[in-house]
Write a protein that binds this ligand. Structure first.
Ligand code: ADP
Ligand code: MG
Length: 641
């Protein structure tokens, strides 16, 4: 075999696979070029999910007429020329391969003009320059990319439906808008305006334009500076949290990135302030010396490495803590004094009273839902928080985040699910299984033999229902039992196609990210089969008009978001497995919880259902529903036998 140097067209096509994976990656590269060109206004227009056409228009500096052709050569860049430039690079693109790569797999028309020069237009298709001519045009650049991947069918095959691709592009533009509140972004897909940011330099206004009023008004600013690490941005206050991490964005030197360190530090800062299984909302910007961060570890420049992970972790943690505490302590002065940040430099020995300021009461009570305010930290929490002395990551949390990210599919479930329902020991319910804990012998069983009478003794620890039945004491875990009953009922009704919707008098409006919205669109029929009545509402909101009848209006939003998460993470799972998980989610959400006080009629109704149900040995998560303690055992305890 002969070793050949790849011809440039082929090399560009290979590079295209790395740089341009789908329309959203092309959009990102082109917008970054516009940003580097100093644009204050960038418009992105798509048709057919950006596969048919993707256009980016900017009002940046434009290009010299002689440069249009050169820009399409691989490694053509105006941004670096010496190796030293690499370490201090602040512009976004610098590999000089975006234009070459995109043009290798599409038909690109670029029109550009710089001040004092003529406008020029170039057409490049499949890497070949078709024409270059002078044209009249405004200052700035307009690039239109048509028929993306027309000559790489393998890549084409991996693309999703148009609305999904459009959703990805919108996510990219959201991140860019958050990184650059000083630039006005407009995104139009198939003639519909999906995003428009004011570009007034105010991050909160960008957040408002992207996520809406509810989110922007519940955000508090972050400002922190420690050992040359600058933290800025916004975090949701403790009443604003989500079932997944979709509303977390991280930027390092204004580049949107993913980083386990930043995620862990943010969440550690919120620990104890928001419910377990919920995630804070954040736009977190880290500014560091460019030489202390390696942004080039991934071709798409997503994952970064910090030279000093610990100091970054500590800075983010304290930035978040200070911002939250500042919000919690009542501020009487018109101009609030910023709370004194952690004084000591070493990560290991922070000042014990690192928060400064007096914390006497919870001030943040502004019109939030009852559910949200239920998680307000109490005086005790605040005291505890004040005493807390640990800027170091909780290894447990960090570990869990590491595991989550290293797995192929991030897990958003708060409970682990059995892989298959078959794993549940359904056949042992008749006889019951003898078990021993120490020398305590008990029978774990479905507990009831038909026809026998029983008496409800009451509720124990607000969690277990105690029943006297013949020669046994039966304990039922109220949550596990209820969940199992609802689950079985849903499974049956789903099969018979009659999960009834419960229509809401006033629809619940929930804002979703573009990818979440695409999941809803894609699974519309599935949602309907579960009793959900969902309508598009505005550009990125969904109106929940009906919910599966077991769900309350209050549970509607969170359950929907959780189900969408299930659908996103369970992509590879079989349809039935996916459906099962979702039925679990609904059952779990709607079931009574442990620590919910039940009235006697409620207990009676639950116990009756347990007795009638065939498969109530374990909850869908595999925990036992009921346990029986025999009279003999109790008598042994008291040495009567
Ligand atoms: P890189 O951005 O890595 O330099 P690209 O292939 O993306 O490589 O772009 C090549 C060059 O084309 C850039 O260095 C820049 O000089 C010029 N260029 C590309 N897009 C624009 C734009 N929108 N406005 C001005 N110049 C641009
Ligand atoms: Mg570029």
């Amino acid at each position: 075999m002969l070793v050949k140097i790849l011809d440039s067209q082929l090399a560009n096509m290979i590079a295209a696979g790395e740089v341009v994976e789908r329309p959203s990656s092309a959009a990102k590269e082109l917008c970054e070029n516009s940003i580097d060109a100093g644009a204050t206004s960038i418009t992105v227009e798509l048709s057919g999910g950006g596969i048919r056409e993707l256009t980016v228009i900017d009002n940046g500096c434009g290009m010299h007429p002689d440069d249009l052709e050169t820009a399409f050569l691989r490694h053509a860049t105006s941004k670096i020329s010496t190796p030293e430039d690499l370490t201090s690079i602040l512009t976004l693109g610098f590999r000089g391969e975006a234009l070459a790569s995109i043009a290798a797999v599409s038909r690109v028309t670029m029109t550009s003009r710089m001040q004092g020069a003529d406008g020029k237009q170039i057409v490049v298709e499949g890497g070949k320059v078709l024409s270059v001519e002078s044209v009249g045009c405004p200052i700035g650049t307009r690039i239109s990319v048509k028929n993306l991947f027309y000559n790489t069918p393998a890549r084409m095959k991996f693309l999703k439906k148009d609305y999904t691709e459009s959703g990805y592009v919108e996510e990219v533009l959201r991140k860019l808008s958050l990184a650059h509140p000083e630039i006005s972004f407009r995104f139009v897909s198939d003639g519909k305006e999906k995003l428009f940011t004011p570009g007034d330099g105010n991050l909160k206004n960008a957040v408002y334009a992207i996520y809406g009023k509810e989110v922007s008004s519940a955000c508090v600013p972050l400002h922190y500076d420690e050992n040359g690490v600058k933290i800025n941005g916004l975090v949701g206050n403790i009443t604003l949290y989500r079932k997944n991490r979709a509303l977390q964005s991280f930027f390092v030197n204004n580049r949107c990135i993913v980083s386990r360190t930043l995620t862990a530090a943010l969440e550690e800062g919120f620990k104890g302030m928001i419910p377990i299984g919920c995630f804070p909302v954040a736009v977190l910007k880290v500014g560091v010396d460019p030489s202390a961060v390696d942004v080039n570890v991934h071709p798409a420049k997503l994952e970064v490495k910090f030279a000093n992970e610990n100091s970054i972790y500590s800075a983010v943690y304290w930035a978040v803590k200070n911002a939250l505490m500042q919000k919690l302590s009542p501020v009487i002065d018109a101009e609030p004094e910023p709370l004194e940040p952690k004084k000591t430099v070493s990560v290991k020995t922070p000042s014990a009273n690192g928060f400064g300021g007096s914390i006497s009461t919870v001030a943040e009570t502004s019109g939030k839902t009852a559910e949200a305010s239920a998680y307000m930290p109490t005086q005790n929490d605040l005291e505890a928080l004040k005493k807390q002395k640990k800027p170091e990551p909780s290894t447990a949390l960090r570990q869990s985040i590491l595991e989550e990210f290293s797995g192929k599919t991030p897990q958003t479930f708060s409970e682990t699910l059995p892989k298959q329902t078959e794993e549940l020991p359904q056949n042992s319910q008749q006889s019951g299984t003898k078990k021993k804990i120490g020398d305590i012998e008990y029978i774990q069983t479905a507990a009831f033999t038909d026809g026998e009478s029983y008496r409800i003794i009451g509720q124990l620890f607000n969690t277990y229902i105690l029943i006297e039945e013949g020669d046994s004491l039966v304990l039922i875990d109220q949550h596990a039992a209820h969940e199992r009953i609802i689950y079985e009922r849903l499974v049956k009704e789903k099969k018979e196609k009659k999960i009834l919707p419960q229509m809401l008098l006033v629809p619940e409006i929930v804002s979703l990210t573009p990818t979440e919205l695409a999941v809803v669109t894609e699974h519309k029929a599935f949602f309907e089969s579960l009793g959900w009545e969902l309508d598009e509402f505005g550009k990125d909101d969904i109106a929940i008009r009906g919910v599966p009848y077991v769900i309350t209006k209050e549970q509607a939003r969170d359950t929907l978001v959780e189900i969408i998460g299930n659908l996103q993470t369970g992509k590879q799972a079989s349809e039935t497995a996916k459906e099962d998980r979702i039925l679990y989610t609904i059952a779990c959400r709607s079931a009574v919880k442990g620590h919910d006080k039940l009235t006697l009629p409620e207990m009676e109704s639950l116990v009756k259902s347990v007795r009638e149900s065939e498969k109530t040995l374990t909850c869908p998560h595999g925990r036992p529903v009921s346990t029986t303690v025999t009279k003999t055992f109790i008598e042994k305890l008291f040495k009567r036998l």
